[in-house]
Write a protein that binds this ligand. Structure first.
Ligand code: PEP
Ligand code: CO
Length: 449
């Protein structure tokens, strides 16, 4: 082990003695401490056995026996914590997973970027408009998007409001699933209204009919009802950016003679690309929790750095523990991904590879609107499958920013959205998401790859 990665004793707050990038500057430290203490007294929103179950499924994906679909908003917002939004997100994830199961002939592990995706890294600490400079908007967990001093001051109470919404979101998802919403006997519940007669919708309905028929057939010949086995699980994930939030719900759980710390704000937290410094606070926090972890990897990652990250975050080479989510962009993936894979192979440690074809493909229109081209998203995905096949590794999943709504944030896709369409229904406060139809199209492309 190299000298830089000799680590001292870990505890849920040990990250505080490491440099923490992308943290909000709270003016009232005592108020922050009070909010963190209050958050810590609330019950967790996930359990350690769910977290362990997900880790096993990620280990299966690592072996090539499953495929991961991770998707949701770039940033959830407090305003959009509504019944309609949650239902739409659940539906799109279920529909995409169905298409992928059908095409890939493998179980699909569904993970929402949801129930806590409220904190965002920013490229600058401040934002200047017409000569006025204010702190950047860092997500609803921290401050508000409006451009006034009041709205931009980090407000400690928002971690409590965020946690409550995360709990409500996951509670509603669980109730829907328990109530049979995700039952394959009733895929009509999953249909979205606005899709009409698009090409993708026809293809989807064909898949659904075919699965329903197969299910009926199997039940008839076996005399068994498959309700329980067909129940779809959805796990929660978010970027573990706001370390006070994560720390507050970090719990020591002892089961079957194993005692470990779990981050129970979510199942699957990930380290963003801007906070993966080896000696930084985020890596320090993440190395001590037992959850499966993701790390976003993009341009700038070096051989030594990724090898050290793998050693620090998965010192026992535990299957399912570490997922590397690469996001190079359609232009550089073919040049850069092989080196990354080779470097990780040298460690001998197992990782799950997931492709995020969104974050390396963000661009601005002439009017300064952030967008992504559907063709670049698909091109990066295709390249990812190709490179992994060449390197003898398995691409075990995809990480997407998407919504079940009919927004116009990314261009291209079956409807050929152009820059001029973006103004029509652009809702994201941060990155542009695939809309319902574009997301379904991506799922179909993956099934065909
Ligand atoms: C994100 O996932 O929204 C994000 C900020 O990604 P990255 O850390 O890869 O830039
Ligand atoms: Co994003």
């Amino acid at each position: 082990m190299s000298k830089t990665i000799a680590k001292t004793e870990w505890h849920p707050a040990s990250w505080q003695s490491h440099p923490a990038s992308q943290q909000a500057a709270y003016p009232d430290k005592a108020a922050l401490e009070r909010a963190v203490a209050e958050l810590g007294r609330l019950p967790p929103i996930t359990t350690s056995w769910e977290v362990d179950a997900l880790k096993e499924q990620l280990a299966a994906a690592q072996r090539g026996d499953a495929f991961v679909l991770q998707g949701g908003d770039c940033a959830e917002t407090f305003d959009e914590c509504t019944s309609e939004n949650i239902v739409a997100k659940l539906k799109i994830l279920l529909q995409m997973s169905l298409v992928m199961i059908y095409g890939l002939k493998k179980p699909v592990v569904r993970i929402g970027r949801m129930a806590g995706q409220y904190a965002k890294p920013r490229s600058a600490d401040t934002e200047t408009r017409e000569g006025k400079t204010l702190p950047s908007f860092r997500g609803d967990l921290v401050n508000r998007p409006g451009f006034t001093p009041d709205e931009r001051i980090p407000e400690p109470q928002m971690i409590l409001r965020g946690y409550e919404r995360a709990a409500m979101t996951l509670n509603f998802v669980r109730s829907l699933i328990d109530g049979g919403f995700a039952d394959l006997h009733h895929p009509e519940y999953w249909d979205l209204d606005w899709v009409g007669h698009s090409h993708a919708a026809e293809e989807y309905r064909h898949i659904v009919r075919s699965i329903s028929n197969s299910l009926d057939f199997l039940e008839t010949v076996s005399g068994r009802h498959f309700h329980q086995t067909m129940r779809a699980n959805i796990y929660a994930a978010h970027e573990g950016l706001h370390l006070h939030y994560e720390q507050a719900q970090t719990r020591f759980v002892g089961r079957e003679g194993r005692e470990r710390w779990y981050d129970l704000t979510t199942h699957f937290p990930w380290i963003g690309m801007r906070t993966a410094e080896l000696d930084g606070a985020h890596v320090e926090y993440f190395r001590g929790i037992a959850n499966p972890l993701g790390v976003k990897v993009g341009p700038g990652m070096t051989r030594e750095w990724i090898q050290d990250l793998v050693r620090v975050l998965n010192p026992n080479n535990e299957p399912g523990r570490l997922t590397l989510i690469h996001r190079y962009g359609a232009k550089s993936i073919e040049e850069r991904l092989p080196e990354l894979i080779a470097a990780v192979k040298e460690t001998g440690s197992p990782v799950l590879w997931i492709c995020d074809p969104m974050h390396g493909n963000t661009e601005s229109t002439a009017e300064g609107i952030k967008t992504r081209r559907f063709d670049n998203v698909v091109a990066e995905l295709e390249a990812a499958f190709r490179v992994h096949a060449q390197m003898g590794t398995y691409l075990g999943g995809v990480h997407l920013e998407l919504t079940g709504e009919n927004v116009t944030e990314c261009t291209g896709g079956a409807r050929g959205l152009t820059d001029a369409d973006l103004a029509r229904a652009y809702k994201s406060t941060v990155d542009p998401r695939l809309n319902y139809e574009q997301a379904m199209e991506v799922a179909m492309r993956i099934s065909g790859l």
